[in-house]
Ligand binder design. Structure first.
Ligand SMILES: NC(=O)c1ccc[n+]([C@@H]2O[C@H](COP(=O)([O-])OP(=O)(O)OC[C@H]3O[C@@H](n4cnc5c(N)ncnc54)[C@H](O)[C@@H]3O)[C@@H](O)[C@H]2O)c1
Length: 380
């Protein structure tokens, strides 16, 4: 089989991390061209991919290179819609990082361009590929806890990761969308998938209450890490320095709660916070026949059936930590789509459903109302 030529748009931390794992899957996969406006990212990409790689002047030049079959997009979220649509119009298959888009109108335009192109689309919902969440989905789908009645889920970020979010491009809605969209669209997607329905109405409260200039003193109050790194200002493994997370201008929330009611009657609560001493990505699902409790950061999955003598069963998988091992599975399946045209398991429809749910939750937050999602789903 011939080489599959790939073009990469956006060569920052996660873009290159996924490319590194993808290329390790099969030596017939080759990233032949890149575009990134930041020369530091171009230099990093050349160091990984070789100095002779084609460096394009803009994303349009890249998507129109005739020898490319696939385009991988890991730019800032505000560029996803235009870059994905241009790639489809140039006849390319597309892998794009989450979130899909910054508005429902953008997402719907992407859906139209995808349908018209007849090409494949995969979204970087890496947690969907984690053995941890695949196990939860399987246990629920097999009926082990009966019908889901209600559930809680959360994504509370380690304080230092919170500082990273509040100091880089993600802190501004014009670049990334809201915090819920940028970071928690993963969690919303997982619950859409596990519940197996669309949200019908939502409510939310939230705000920016900690990453403010008056709390900057916390940087100096917390003893530095053993390697000298200061709290809130750095995150290991990242190549880019970021602004001071307390004084930088920003318009996203650092804590938010939401209520969701799904079409099949399931009710859920969600909680996110960017200053967690005990980070969690936890689910607690109550069904007619039992309950399931899980946290991907510790890798724990526990299940118990209703009954006086029932015992807590441990169903934990090897999926554990930040993405629960999802990145490796995602890249292996992406390689399979690229080499053997296997249809992606998570695509544009799921990306749009998650994004729309986030838009509605943030509309509820911004307007202080309960938002009915029917107009969104009718447009869909
Ligand atoms: N799936 C996941 O779990 C996951 C994890 C992290 C990041 N992401 C997503 O990946 C994307 C990149 O995030 P990151 O953490 O790598 O950020 P990053 O800041 O490390 O890298 C972003 C890169 O995009 C480049 N860029 C900016 N404008 C661009 C444009 N117009 N065209 C092309 N490139 C452009 C920047 O120069 C930078 O090199 C985001 O959409 C983010 O949400 C997904």
């Amino acid at each position: 089989m011939k080489t599959v030529h790939i073009g990469a748009i956006g060569c920052g931390n996660f873009g290159l991390s996924i490319i590194r794992k993808l290329l390790a899957c099969d030596n017939r996969l080759k990233v032949s061209a890149i575009y990134d406006p930041d020369p530091r990212s171009v230099a990093d990409a050349k160091a990984l991919l070789g100095a002779d790689i084609t460096v394009c002047a803009d994303h349009r030049e890249l998507v129109n290179l005739p020898h490319l079959q696939w385009v991988m997009i890991a730019s800032w979220n505000c560029y996803h819609a235009e870059q994905v649509i241009d790639a489809f119009q140039a006849g390319k298959h597309v892998f794009c990082q989450k979130p899909l888009a910054l508005s429902a109108a953008e997402g719907l335009a992407m859906k139209q361009a995808w349908e018209k192109s007849g090409k494949m689309f995969t979204i970087g919902f890496t947690l969907r590929y984690s053995p941890h969440y695949r196990k939860i989905k399987q246990v629920v789908a097999e009926g082990a806890i009966g019908q889901i009645l209600s559930m809680e889920f959360n994504e509370t970020r380690d304080f230092n990761h919170g500082g990273y979010i509040m100091g880089n491009w993600r802190r501004l809605r014009k670049n990334a969308g809201t915090h819920l969209l940028e970071k928690c669209c993963h969690d919303i997607d997982l619950v859409n998938w596990i519940v197996g329905a669309r949200a019908r109405r939502v409510a939310s409260f939230g705000g920016l209450d900690f990453f403010l200039p008056e709390n900057e003193h916390r940087i100096n109050e917390i003893p530095p890490r053993s390697d000298g790194k200061r709290a809130y200002c750095t995150r290991s493994g990242l190549r880019r320095s970021v602004e001071n997370p307390f004084t930088a201008e920003k318009d996203i929330t650092d804590n938010q709660v939401a209520l969701l009611e799904y079409d099949n009657g399931v009710r859920a609560t969600f909680h996110t916070n960017c200053n967690a001493a005990i980070p969690e990505r936890r689910m607690y699902i109550l069904g007619t026949l039992g309950a399931l409790r899980a946290d991907v950061l510790t890798g724990t999955i526990e299940m118990k059936r209703i009954g006086f003598d029932a015992e807590l069963e441990c169903l934990s998988t090897e999926g554990k930590g930040g993405h629960g091992g999802g990145d490796q599975v995602l890249t292996a399946e992406l390689a399979d789509s690229m080499l053997r045209h296997t249809p992606p398991s998570v695509g544009l429809v799921e990306g749009l459903e998650a994004a729309i749910t986030c838009f509605a939750v943030d509309e509820a937050l911004d307007t202080g109302t309960v938002v009915d999602l029917s107009p969104y789903w009718e447009a869909f």
